[in-house]
Design a protein around this ligand. Sequence first.
Ligand SMILES: [Zn+2]
Length: 301
Amino acid sequence: MVIRTVLGDIHPRELGVCDAHDHLFLRSERLPGRELDDAAAARAELEAFRAAGGAAVVQWTPHGMGRRPADLAALSRATGVHLVCATGLHQAPHVSPELLAGLRGRLAEVFVTELTEGIGTTGVRAGLIKVAGGFHTLDAHARWTMAAAAEAQHSTGAPIAVHLELGTGALDVLDLLCGELGVPGDRVILGHLNRFPDPVTQRQAAASGCWLAFDGPSRAHHATDWRTPAGVRALAEAGFGDRLLLGGDTVTAGARSVDGGPGMPYLLRRLRPRLAAELGTELVARILTEHPGRAFSADWA
Ligand SMILES: [Zn+2]
């Protein structure tokens, strides 16, 4: 079992303290003028994360959204921080209609190529498949992308990371991916659970064996982000502490620490000690190292 980073495969023990959900580069049709596309700022943010004790960052930016794989490889080399990048496809409004049209009939094939051969001509391989659900539902686009993700998962072993819209739809996603499409529970990572902090739904999701990712903070989700400490504590007390992951999910320039936001260092500077007060230092250390090592490693085919 190895983790597929932008510079090659590594053993999970080499990963170190990991931000399990974040973005150094991101461009969306839905967020014009708010692109994350500054390599110098990305490098400064990574250096700030490393200075805070960080060693690895998993990028959840999927196909068609400005991943800049060659820049990710250069940044990893320059900073010494391990980077994992994603293939996969977000909700339809995030990408152009032309790009979507070009992916019809060959989506799983694109995912597999990016996981096994590389993205474009860069030779940089993706290490996870990112897809997205809708608000309390799964539309035809979500079903199409998840079916392709499951097919690519079966042929490569890659983990599937899921953007839950406002944290909702966890059980629908698990019914589809694990129930209908046969993806093992531990190959699924649900993101944004802090945005819909229903403890019963979260326990039901965790019982499937999937990974539960809590990410942020963010201005857009301030109304629910503060529930994270109680939420993760409830999951740990219910016996699901070994299913947890943490990330920063920096999606705009203003959220970066080097641009005046909390950014990636916040995860280690403030969230880590806050969660240690709920879960104990030892479990939080495992959530930041051992858990991402397991969640993102695969028996690559
Ligand atoms: Zn994200």
